[in-house]
Write a protein that binds this ligand. Sequence first.
Ligand code: AMP
Ligand code: GLY
Length: 462
Amino acid sequence: MKVVVIGAGGREAALTWKLIQTLGHANVYRVRDIPRRPSTPTSPSHGTPLGTSPSASHGVAHGGAHGAAPGSPLGATLDPAVADFADWCREEGIGYVIPGPEAIVADGLGEALAAAGGPPVIGPARATARLESSKTWAKEFMLRHGVATAPAYLADSVAAARRRAAEESGPVVVKFDGLAAGKGVWVCDTAADALAALDLVEARYGPDAPVVLEERLAGDEISLIGFTDGETCHLLPPAQDHKQLEDGDRGPNTGGMGAFAPVPWCDHPLLDEIDRTIVAPTLRGLRAEGLPYAGPLFFGLMITAHGPRLLEYNVRFGDPEAQVLLPLLADDLFGLYLAAHERRLADLPPPRQHAGAAVGVVLAAPRYPHAASHGLRITGLEDLPADLLVFHGATRQSDAGWETDGGRILTIVGRGPTLETARQRAYAGVETVSFIGRRFRRDIGQRPRRALPAATWQEKAA
Ligand code: AMP
Ligand code: GLY
């Protein structure tokens, strides 16, 4: 079986690596991007991701690049670029397409490729991808189906959001409705902050932009990813991402500076509660509304003193969560994708996991997240101990060797019997691999739990 992974980052490097283990090198292709589909009205610009070279059209290679000019509009079904990609898939005998980033499914590649006679894209239908591509739609879905989430006000214009924000006494989160490459959410301390965020929304997206205004929740964030076919959801271990640039969760927000899994304190009773209050109602909702889904579904959770709450859905693996979850997965990854596509996940046992933990540290460009870096020589890759994994997020090869080519350059992943050993191994790798000015966090995998669960408070009070 031949498959093609679409996407340019570390997540897709991890997907490719894991798929190769069972399908073999010759059967796993990697394509960086195909041209953008026309965006939905609420997604003005999800341009080329950092690290995607806007290179020539069809440079398809195993593990290599298939870059096509980004930005060329794709017609609904018969766009030449999709037709071209479908032709290429047929020539190569590609059986399935595995999308990495959300924009591919949100823009309807699955539907367009099917119309062009191409292979199936294993993912949600375009209509289902609104779980990620529209925050308003996702919030309404959560409320319709009783998914535990933060109370919110859905504003259909910036002016309406302003009026409401001015009335709020507690801290709020301002969320632009559409895909914004991680830049559409403002976690605010005061009403003044919220109003300033709304000014930015208006400047960027216009006065008619829909906005979600949400109660700001306190607690610990967890990324939970499950494989689902809409009926069954097989959860992978809980992970944590480190989104801020600097140690101690300070500094600007980034695409993710590192991740680890499993999260030691996220135990079975808590997972059961997440299943009962969030995962199961989500599946019921998908079924009730006839929304097809196949593949990984990401639940971005806040574990509050009052229980787990859903902050967001992503219709894909997280990056850098994939880089730690896939090395822990003992089962065949393609088997999970295929079972999801064929709606027979219920027949599979829950995916087996390797014992122990994995910690992934991102080495980012010197001026990340403000600027990408190109052409800095990367040294030490060949000296990494064999038990370490390194996933290339934004690199290129020159005659001299590997070079930086984007924002989040590499993820170095250590595995071990405990979180602490995995962490030590990952950081030994960080000491080995270098490029000028690399940025990384020194505290990945060392996040103390912020909020105590309510039960513990009650126990203490008793
Ligand atoms: P989202 O894209 O909705 O997950 O938001 C991005 C980030 O904003 C999340 O990972 C959280 O760190 C933060 N965030 C979103 N919603 C809330 C909330 N209701 N309370 C506190 N933090 C939030
Ligand atoms: N790591 C979070 C995300 O991929 O959105």
